[in-house]
Design a protein around this ligand. Structure first.
Ligand SMILES: [Zn+2]
Length: 78
């Protein structure tokens, strides 16, 4: 039996299925809720950043993941 914890909220992910209940970004494993937060946070920033460039996009994603891992939550601004 394998136990995987979300690297952001630290909750255990029951029955982890890659791409369905668990999502990998580099060394981070995310539960579905945190993956949704990550995507929402990325979308908010992408909207304000023009032109699109993959180099800052990748950095943004890693920054959000590292910050989220520290705070146990990916911050989505409203
Ligand atoms: Zn999580």
């Amino acid at each position: 039996m394998q136990f995987i914890h979300c690297d952001i909220c630290k909750k255990q992910i029951p029955n982890p299925i890659s791409g369905r209940t668990i999502f990998y970004h580099r060394e981070f494993a995310l539960c579905e809720a945190c993956k949704d937060d990550l995507e929402a946070a990325i979308k908010q920033t992408v909207r304000t950043k023009v032109p699109f460039d993959f180099s800052w996009y990748e950095k943004l994603r890693i920054d959000l993941l590292q910050e989220g891992a520290k705070k146990n939550k990916i911050v989505v601004k409203h």
